[in-house]
Ligand binder design. Sequence first.
Ligand code: FAD
Length: 446
Amino acid sequence: MLTKDVDVLIIGGGPAGAASGITLLQCPELKVAIVEAGDYETTRVGESLSPGTRPLLEYLKVWDDFQAQQSLQSYGSKAAWGSDQVHSLDFLFTAQGHGWHLDRSKFDRMLAASFQKRGGEVYSRCRFTRAERKQAQWLVHVVDEREGLRQFLCRYVIDATGRNARFAHHQGVRKQYHDHLSAVVRYGHIDTKTSAGLGLESFVFVASCDYGWWYYAPLPGQQLALMLMSDSDIISQRQLHLPSSWQQHFEAIPAICEPLAQVQWQQHSRVVPAYSSSLNRYSGEAWVACGDAAVSFDPLSSSGIPNALASGIQAAIVAANHVLVNEDTSSAYAAALSQDVQQYLNTHQQYYATEKRWPDQVFWQRRQGRVALDPEACISRQHIEQRIEPASSVHLMSGMLAGLKRECREGRPMHEVVRAFKAKHDSVPDQKIILALQDLMQGSAV
Ligand SMILES: Cc1cc2nc3c(=O)[nH]c(=O)nc-3n(C[C@H](O)[C@H](O)[C@H](O)COP(=O)(O)OP(=O)(O)OC[C@H]3O[C@@H](n4cnc5c(N)ncnc54)[C@H](O)[C@@H]3O)c2cc1C
C-alpha cells in the first residue's frame, strides 16, 4: 500500500481546501497535500462570486490567475421578492464594484493549480474513508480510483469536504441543521442569436413563490443555471425533481419562464442539498473543519465561496500554529465561527421575513417564526390540561415534538424546558425548539 508522509493533510479540494493549502504553503518548511474525491471536470454548483471576494483572492495571490479566466462580470441582482414588482440591487453602487459569474469547475481547478504551483500535491479522484491516531499522528485511509488504497501519515488534518463534513463526522461530531433547503438544478444554453435583448446578461434574478424561490444566473460560454429552491420534503411532495412537474411549476412563474423561453434546457435536472448548517464542534485533537464542512449557508446569501475561502485561510493558521509552534488557537477560531453563524441566522430570518405573501405556507412559516415566549414564564396547569396530541409542528417533527412535550412539567420555567430538551437533542437549533414550544403553549402544534 502507498503511504505518504506530510505535515498537514487537507481532505477536500474545493475553495476552502485550496485556500487552506495555499495559506499553509506560505511556510516553506511545511509539506502539505490535498486529497480530492473529484477531478474538477464535472459541473459544480455555486456560480456567483460577490465583489467582496476580491481581497481574499488577492491575499491568496491568485487574483491574476483569476482575472486570466475571463469570468463573466456580474452587476448585481434583480428580485421579485415581497411583491411581483422587480427590485434591483446594483453592485456598481457599492464601494467594491462588480462581482462575477463563474464556471465553478474552472474556478476550483484554478485554485487547486495555484496550490500545486507553490509545491503542494493534489491527489484527485481520492476519497477519504477513515482515519486513526498513531503515535501522535493521523493515519488517514483513502481510496484512490486509479491506484487502489492509499495511506497518509500526517500531524494535522483539515476537513474541507463541504457539506459532507466527512472527517468531522468520522470523529463523532454532529451537525446542526438550520433548515432542509435543497436545490433542483438545471442548466441551459442561450443561443447567441436569440440572447441579445433577453436581458439575461449579467444579473442574477430571484423570484419567490409559495413553495420557495427560483433563481437564474448567466454563466460563461452562453450557459445559464436555473435553480428551484425549496425544502426537501416539499420537493418530494410536489415531485419537483420530475421533469413534468418541474415544467408545470416553471410555467406557473411568468417572471422566470418568460425571459427564459428561448433557453435550450439540458434534459436532466439534479437535486443538491443547500441547507444551512453548523457543526457542534469545529475542531478536535489535531484537526479542524472549514468551509461548508464547518458552516454552510443558504445560497440566497451568496456568501458560500467567500466564507469558504476566509475560513480555509483561518483554519490553515490554526493548523500551522499547532504544527510549527505547538500552540492551540482553535478556540478563537471556533468563537469567530459561532459569532458568524449567529449573525447569519439573524440576517437570514430578517430577509425571509420581508416576504409576507404566503403566511400560511409551510416553507415560509419555517423561516418566519417570531419568538414571543417569555423564557421566565412557567408551565401552568392550564398548559398541561390542553392535552392536544402532538402530531408535528412546522418547527419540529412529530417524534421530537412528543419529546418536547414530555419536558413540559407544571411549574417548570420555559428556559429550563428548552435546556432539558437541548441536552437530549443537541443538533436542533435553539430557535426551532423555542418556536415549537411556543406552538405547544398556544395549542397550535397539531
Ligand atoms: C444550489 C447552490 C447554489 C450556490 N450558489 C452559490 C453562489 O452563487 N455563490 C456562492 O458564493 N456560493 C454558492 N453556493 C455555496 C458554495 O457552493 C459553497 O459554499 C462552496 O462550494 C463551499 O466550498 P467548500 O470548499 O467548503 O466545499 P465544496 O465546494 O463542497 O468542496 C468540497 C470538496 O470536498 C470533496 N470531497 C467531499 N467528500 C470527500 C471525501 N470523502 N474525500 C475527499 N474529498 C471529498 C468534494 O469533491 C469537493 O471538491 C451555492 C451552493 C448551492 C448548493
